[in-house]
Design a protein around this ligand. Structure first.
Ligand code: UTP
Length: 273
């Protein structure tokens, strides 16, 4: 398993007005673009092919991972060797591939656009709005669950009661062997109707069968083709498991979350603010 799909073709309306001219994935979290952190997690987890599902105006994401030899030379001439080396290694982190989603018809539809590039192998999906800080990296832990169970895997995060209505929540059962079987997923339930406090966050390992399910998935909530609706098909067939992880999740898809993430990452790097 070597491929990760990053759906980055959304409109990013919560990040307006900044995201009108700059993809939200390029907005800095302390000193580097948001997308950097999730690509780094994927690389540390042993993935080597990053597939971006992009749309108009998202070119900056691919530019970031390209070589800029002229800039590197200028930095070297000015004695900034460390930054020149840092920029140089970005392009060799992985192989970067881009596919397009012409119209934003939903997350499920975005994943479906990667079908031809992914082929008939299991693959990961990462939503770069979720930055996860944990050791070993979350995707690596999920890969191990996949290898152990042979089933598609979603990442689950325990949330406080008042946060439940903002998430997709899993109807999940923890088995005696530690595996978490998911029976169903409920989108943004009221607290009293929630089957658990386990929220689905933006990390998935998927069997390629998800593509044929997505193909048949009609538009759901908001008129969009939802990945959750396809995952529910897997769940009901007993083909979806969860990994409840311990660690920090930072939601960088909205201005407050982005600010909080910047502060948290700066603090972890020992920067005085
Ligand atoms: P969101 O639902 O968070 O939408 O998408 P968004 O456009 O990113 O942000 P808001 O809500 O308008 O502020 C979840 C993920 O799915 C991708 C987004 O880029 C994001 O990574 N997505 C969503 C697509 O790639 N295509 C779509 O049609 C919809």
């Amino acid at each position: 398993m070597e491929k990760v799909v990053f759906p980055v073709a959304g409109l990013g309306t919560r990040m307006l007005p900044a995201s009108k001219a700059v993809p939200k994935e390029i907005l800095p979290i302390y000193d580097r673009p948001a997308i950097h952190y999730t690509v780094e997690e994927a690389v540390k987890s042993g993935f080597s092919k990053m597939i971006f599902v992009t749309s108009r105006g998202k070119e900056a994401i691919l530019n970031y991972f390209d070589r800029d030899v002229e800039l590197e030379e200028v930095l070297m001439a000015r004695g900034k060797r460390e930054m020149a080396e840092f920029l140089k290694q970005l392009s060799s982190l992985a192989e970067f591939i881009s596919v397009r989603q012409g119209i934003a018809l939903g997350l499920g539809h975005a994943v479906l656009q990667a079908r031809a590039v992914v082929g008939e192998e299991p693959f990961a999906v990462v939503l770069p709005d979720d930055i996860v800080l944990c050791e070993p990296p979350l995707l690596k832990q999920m890969r191990e669950v996949y290898l152990r169970t042979g089933k598609s895997v979603v990442a689950l995060y325990r949330v406080a009661k008042e946060e439940i209505p903002s998430f997709g929540i899993a109807d999940a059962e923890v088995k005696s062997d530690g595996n978490v079987v998911i029976h169903d997923l409920v989108e943004k339930p009221p607290v009293e109707e929630a089957p658990s406090d386990l929220a689905v966050i933006g990390r998935y390992i998927l069997e390629p069968e998800i593509f044929s399910i997505l193909e048949k998935t009609p538009p759901g909530k908001g008129g969009e083709i939802q990945l959750t609706d396809a995952l529910r098909v897997l769940a009901r067939e007993g083909r979806l498991v969860g990994l409840v992880f311990e660690g920090t999740r930072l939601d960088v898809g909205n201005p407050r979350g982005l600010l909080r993430a910047s502060l948290e990452i700066a603090r972890r790097r020992g920067v005085k603010i």
